[in-house]
Structure formats: structure tokens, C-alpha cells
Design a protein around this ligand. Structure first.
Ligand code: HSE
Length: 439
């Protein structure tokens, strides 16, 4: 038997996640009450339009367009409506009225997180957001709690399912980007306007949130380096496969030591990269997500699962709800993140990475040495060179394709190499430049 008074739960949004939250709250009511020690009463669902078509399981009698009244009468508010406004205003209202808030809104956290967390701290309320990054995968709580006593050095993740689906189809079927995107759209993975996914805005928001937690440092979204996947070609995919790599859209946040280039700090970047096929992230297929965390004491940890989907994301929301509700019942300080470390966010130039550069050169004596000198001139060490020669019809001159893999260097040095190669008379064309990660 539960003794605590029923807790009043307000739900903002009845889309694919909201509908599943409502269904699970209703279907699992007695089990959740037993876990929490109090009934969880869904008292209302705020929507923009009462007449929109709803998924089954959304109780029509709970729908309201009066979000403010609903929020003011709630103990815990769940925001799954998405977008910046009115979600931001509603969350601030909820926090200011003393409610704990659960949100799945990564765009809002990545752009207005400081305001929301400061407000929560000032009023002693809690803001939970497990569902904001990588759907069902528990990654926020491990960073906020389980690893709170460790030192995270690096996070490398596949945090966008749509782009992973597209790249995986390109890898497994040889499809072009355009064909794989069309398939993702047809299957419902990609939205009608796929920009947020394919240009990596979505992944950059998630990277900012993860980096903030991992490094106890505020990470403004505009300081996350971002490159999408639209330029990944079928030829690059095929070459990667031949070499034992796969191309993934990686979100990387890592500590960078002080060196002759400047102070220590954190580099946060999202871009396509080659990763060895037998790296744990190389085995993440379809629309799945995974986050690989390297911590000083814990070593390497891998979190894997469904990164999106209504019911999967609802699982993360309900986990937060149980935590929030238990805090109501039993009290306690809750979670408090801190940005005390205040590390510098470094530009992409300061990131350490490797490049694989594919170029066409005239096959003549001394050309290889000239190319090698370009790398040496910029302090970049070559790790591998593969050459294949193609005869140009009946002409005497033939063309060589060089695939050059570098050792680790700063992105600034590596991109200077690419610029210098482009300007070098020995180089006919540069056909591919891609970073290599995972070591
Ligand atoms: N559009 C995202 C993805 C899911 O494809 O992973 C929501 O963040």
C-alpha cells in the first residue's frame, strides 16, 4: 500500500513520445506506484490543437490547450512537445512554481540549458533529461551519477540514427547518399526536411549536452564543430570497406592537453570519419545509436541501443519520472550538475586526428617525393601510402592514385597539408579527404 499522496503529473505534448508516455503511465500505474511509493496521476495533456489525430492510448478526456493552468497544478511536468517556444516558457513556469521537470528537448537544452539549469538551481527544483540524448540509451545518468567520481577523457558516439541508417545502407548495399536518404525517408527514419539530421545539427546538440556533463563545462552549441554527411560518396564508402574501415558520423568530445599551440581545453566536434570495422562503433548498424566513453579509472565503456522511437524514448522519460517522483516522496538533494571546471572550448584546429587523403597525381619520377615533402613541410607524418596506376589510353603519361594515411596531428596541420597539396603542380586532383578516428 502506498501512503504518500498521489503525485500530479502534467504532460506537455502528445506526439509519438507523449502518446507512449501516456499509455505506459496508464497501463503500468499500479507497478509504478509500488516502485515510487505514491500514485502517479496523469492529470492532463497539453496540446496545441484538440482536434489533431492522436495515437491510440491517449486519453481524450485529459487533453487541454491550457498548458499554463495544467503546469501550475502539477507536481511534476513532462515536456515532450519539442521546439524552443513555448517549451522554454512552459519549463521555466514549471520550475518557478516548484515542479520538477522532465524534458526530451535536446534543441532547447543545447541552446537555453544554462538558463533552465540556473533557474532549477535557484528554486531547488530538478531538471531531468535522459531522453534528450540517444533515446532509450542510459547515457545522461551514467555521466551525471555513475561516472561523477571519475575523470572522463573522451566521448565518441553515434548519436543520430537517421544518418547511421543512411551510412549503413551505403556501406552494405553500395547505394549513393541520395538513394540511401530516399530509402530512409520512405521508411520513416528521415523527416520530410532531413536537414537537422543529415547536416548534423541534431548530433551537434547532443554532443554539446554530453560534453557539458562529461567535462563539467558549459559548451555553447556554436562552438561545436559540425560537418554533415551529404558529401560522403559511394566511392569513399567502397574505398573504406576495401581498407577495413567504415564511415560513421561521429560526435567526439575530448580533452586536449596544453601544447605549443595553446592552452588545454575541450574539443567538441561532429563529422563523418573512418573508423575500423572491428571498433565497437564500427558494428553499430541501422538506426541504432552507441556512445563510447573513455574514463580514467573506469576505462572504456560502451552504451548501445535505440536512439529514437516513441516507446523507446518514453522508457527514458519514465525512468526520469520515477526518479523525480521518488525524490518527492523521500526528499533528498537530487542531481546537481556543475560547470565548475570551466574548461576552454577549443576550435577544430586544435583537435588531434588523422586524415586519409586520396589524390590523383601524374605518374612520373620524383612525384612521390614531392608529395611526401608537402606532408613533411607541415610537420605531418605519413603512416601509409597506397598507390595504384592507371594507363591513360594510348598516351605515354599515366595517372597514379595515391591514398595517404597520416599519423596523428592537429587538424590545423592536416588541413594545411590539404591546401598545399591542392596548390601543388604535381597533384591533378584531390578526390577524398576524411578524418580517421578510433585509436
Ligand atoms: N532524428 C534523430 C535521429 C532522433 O535520427 O537519431 C531524435 O534525436
Amino acid at each position: 500500500m502506498t501512503e504518500y499522496r498521489p503525485l500530479r503529473i502534467a504532460l506537455l505534448g502528445a506526439g509519438s513520445v507523449g502518446a507512449q508516455v501516456a499509455r505506459l503511465l496508464t497501463e503500468n500505474k499500479s507497478e509504478l506506484a509500488a516502485r515510487v511509493g505514491a500514485e502517479l496521476d496523469l492529470v492532463g495533456i497539453a496540446v496545441r490543437d484538440l482536434n489533431s489525430k492522436r495515437a491510440e492510448g491517449v486519453p481524450a478526456e485529459l487533453l487541454t490547450t491550457d498548458a499554463e493552468t495544467l503546469i501550475l497544478g502539477a507536481d511534476i511536468v513532462i515536456e515532450v512537445m519539442g521546439g524552443i517556444e513555448p517549451a522554454r516558457t512552459y519549463i521555466l513556469q514549471a520550475l518557478n512554481s516548484g515542479s520538477d521537470v522532465i524534458t526530451a528537448n535536446k534543441a532547447l537544452l543545447a541552446t537555453h540549458g544554462t538558463e533552465l539549469f540556473d533557474t532549477a538551481e535557484q528554486v531547488g527544483a530538478q531538471l531531468y533529461f535522459e531522453a534528450a540524448v540517444a533515446g532509450a540509451i542510459p547515457i545522461i545518468r551514467p555521466l551525471r551519477e555513475s561516472l561523477a567520481g571519475d575523470k572522463v577523457n573522451r566521448i565518441m558516439g553515434i548519436v543520430n540514427g537517421t544518418t547511421n541508417f543512411i551510412l549503413d545502407r551505403m556501406d552494405t548495399t553500395g547505394a549513393t547518399f541520395a538513394d540511401a536518404l530516399a530509402e530512409a525517408t520512405e521508411l520513416g527514419y528521415a523527416e520530410a526536411d532531413p536537414t537537422a539530421d543529415i547536416e548534423a545539427f541534431d548530433a551537434a546538440q547532443k554532443a554539446a549536452i554530453l560534453a557539458n556533463l562529461a567535462f563539467h563545462t558549459e559548451v555553447p552549441l556554436d562552438q561545436v564543430y559540425r560537418e554533415g554527411i551529404t558529401k560522403v560518396s559511394a566511392e569513399q564508402m567502397a574505398a573504406a570497406k576495401r581498407d577495413g574501415y567504415v564511415i560513421k558520423l561521429l560526435a567526439i568530445a575530448e580533452r586536449v592537453d596544453a601544447d605549443e599551440n595553446g592552452e588545454a581545453g575541450v574539443s567538441v566536434r561532429v563529422h563523418p570519419a573512418l573508423i575500423e570495422r572491428d571498433h565497437p562503433l564500427g558494428a553499430v548498424h541501422g538506426a541504432f545509436n552507441a556512445v563510447f566513453v573513455e574514463a580514467e579509472a573506469a576505462g572504456s565503456l560502451m552504451f548501445y541501443g535505440a536512439g529514437a522511437g516513441g516507446v523507446q524514448t518514453a522508457s527514458a522519460v519514465l525512468g526520469d519520472l520515477v526518479s523525480a517522483a521518488k525524490r518527492h516522496v523521500a526528499g533528498g538533494p537530487g542531481l546537481a550538475d556543475s560547470v565548475h571546471a570551466n574548461l576552454a572550448i577549443l576550435p577544430i584546429d586544435r583537435a588531434y586526428t588523422r586524415y586519409q587523403i586520396t589524390l590523383e597525381v601524374t605518374d612520373q619520377p620524383g612525384i612521390l617525393a614531392k608529395i611526401a615533402n608537402v606532408f613533411a613541410d607541415h610537420g605531418v607524418s605519413i603512416e601509409t601510402v597506397e598507390q595504384s596506376v592507371r594507363q591513360n589510353g594510348g598516351k605515354r603519361r599515366s595517372t597514379a592514385t595515391l591514398e595517404v594515411g597520416t599519423h596523428v596531428a592537429t587538424d590545423a596541420s592536416l588541413s594545411s597539408v590539404v591546401k598545399a597539396l591542392a596548390a601543388n603542380a604535381a597533384v591533378e586532383s584531390i578526390t577524398s579527404v576524411i578524418r580517421v578516428e578510433g585509436i
